[in-house]
Ligand binder design. Structure first.
Ligand code: ADP
Length: 473
């Protein structure tokens, strides 16, 4: 089976969140199952830096495209990198659109004005080149999030199955309707049942309406987004498409996130050799200058600073860490007001350590060295850090929402709280810390580390979905 994944982010080339991790790991798992897998992504400036940093070879494919859009022609070429597992990354090199400061935002954190247009050029380029690059028409195009949601729209009359995965319904790619003719779509798709969103052009919405199957990244989130609370204005629409929607949980890339092989951490370990975790913990404390007394846990959060992630709830409890008898490390970037608030709290509270940064090696060191990972997310399509935490014996304390509810078992592998406010978080932390001080903590770590969050199961579910679709074409 030939599978073409289309995504804006893919690890190790580019990443702003979980999408990059998933687009990096799922294709590898599918290639291991014997599929021919190509991953198409833009050659963002960040990807060029990643190639230099990791010494990754990028070969010119000799495949160039000319995309006619908005009355002009745009050219670009594809670079490729083949992985030992058999999958191939194809990066679309069009500097005019992708050799820029950030993936989606400029130096001032503002969205690029042409975001809709540049990902339309990318999607058209992929459709022009995929057959030549993959040695035949793919059996399925698997598009991820709004940036690739034009793939099912462009292919809606073509005899090729398409799958669209929603990684986060909060990001819908909504643009002025004038974009529609500019990117070669006709007005027939501009209606409330398809790509129209309150007189604007909703890319994700149009993709959901036209894809042959729609998935999202956990079974619980698939149900939640049919409700007003989690539907971001699309719940009625999603409900109409519920028959074509299924939730498939994300996995953990065990080559990247396993304490047995992790090159970033002070000492490697496993559930049968836990000494290494103590080393990681000690070196983390040293790195952050924490004075941790026996019996005091180190709590951690690694996250984008947005309203979604409930980082403000961590800020609310930070002044009371002494009362909890705990320390808290926060790594993240995002909302400027939250960054400032956390920096200010950091300067006043010894038990709090805040690092405003996007730093992957540090994320690994924190995951290994902390005792608990906190995720007070207001909504969470799947969430990866709770699974990384469990794999490293770092117990998750999470709001019972989305994929967090699907992956963390209360009182067994972690702690869940139902009400997403500071009191809810506090309730769960008190229970978690009480457990931490008991001999049962060790068993909880063992239980969490024994859970299988590998990509094998989810990768198979996607393959079965493609086969089902193919059989109906
Ligand atoms: P989302 O995609 O909503 O940001 P996920 O939990 O699905 O949330 O994935 C987040 C990914 O980004 C994880 O791999 C996490 O470790 C990583 N991450 C988030 N913030 C940072 C940061 N400041 N530094 C390094 N990695 C980060």
């Amino acid at each position: 089976m030939k599978i073409a994944h289309v995504t804006a982010e893919v690890v190790p080339w580019s990443k702003t969140g979980g999408l990059g991790d998933v687009a990096g790991a799922l294709p590898k798992a599918q290639a291991r199952e014997g599929a021919q897998v190509g991953v198409f992504a833009p050659f963002h400036r960040e990807a060029r830096h990643a190639a230099e940093r990791h010494g990754l070879q990028l070969r010119p494919t000799g495949v160039g495209v000319r995309v006619h859009m908005g009355g002009a022609d745009f050219t670009g070429t594809f670079l490729e990198h083949s992985w030992p597992d058999g999958s191939t990354t194809y990066l679309f090199d069009a500097p005019r659109f992708f050799d820029r400061h950030g993936l989606y935002v400029d130096e001032n954190g503002r969205d690029y004005e042409d975001n809709g247009f540049r990902y339309a050029v990318f999607c058209q380029a992929v459709l022009q080149a995929a057959r030549r690059l993959m040695g035949g028409v793919p059996d399925v195009f698997h598009a991820h999030d709004w940036q690739a949601a034009l793939i099912p729209m462009y292919l809606r009359h073509a005899p090729v199955p398409t799958v669209l995965t929603i990684h986060n319904l909060a990001y819908q790619g909504v643009f002025h309707k004038g974009l529609l003719p500019a990117i070669g779509l006709d007005w027939s798709i501009f209606n409330a049942a398809q790509a129209e969103h309150y007189d604007r052009f909703g890319m994700l919405k149009g993709g959901i309406a036209t894809a042959d199957a729609v998935t999202t990244v956990s079974p619980n989130y698939a149900v939640e987004i049919t409700t007003e609370r989690f539907g971001h204005g699309l719940h009625h629409f999603i409900r109409n498409h519920a028959r074509r929607l299924r939730g498939i949980i994300n996995g953990v890339d065990e080559d990247d996130w396993s304490p047995r092989v992790d090159p970033h951490i002070a000492s490697r370990y496993s559930s049968s050799h836990l000494d290494g975790k103590a080393d990681c913990r000690a070196s983390l404390q040293q790195e952050f200058g924490l004075q941790v007394n026996p019996g005091e846990p180190v709590l951690a959060s690694i996250s984008r600073f947005t309203h979604q992630k409930g980082i403000d709830l961590l800020a609310d409890i930070a002044p009371r860490l002494e009362q909890l008898g705990a320390h808290l490390i926060i790594l993240g970037t995002g909302d400027a007001a939250l960054e400032d608030r956390l920096r200010w709290l950091d300067s006043r509270h010894q038990r709090l350590a805040v690092q405003v940064d996007f730093n992957v090696p540090l994320a690994h060191r924190i995951t290994a060295g902390a005792d608990m990972i906190l995720m007070p997310s207001r909504f969470e399509p799947c969430g990866l850090n709770q699974m990384y935490g469990m794999a490293y014996g770092t117990i998750p304390v999470v709001h019972a929402t989305g994929g967090l509810r699907d992956t963390v078992e209360h009182d067994v592998t972690g702690f869940l709280f139902e009400i997403d406010d500071a009191a809810g978080l506090w309730w769960a932390l008190e229970r978690a810390i009480e457990r931490y001080r008991s001999q049962h903590w060790h068993y909880m770590m063992m239980e969490a580390m024994s859970r299988d969050f590998s990509w094998r199961g989810p990768a198979d579910e996607y393959l079965n979905l493609y086969r089902e679709l193919k059989s109906t074409f």
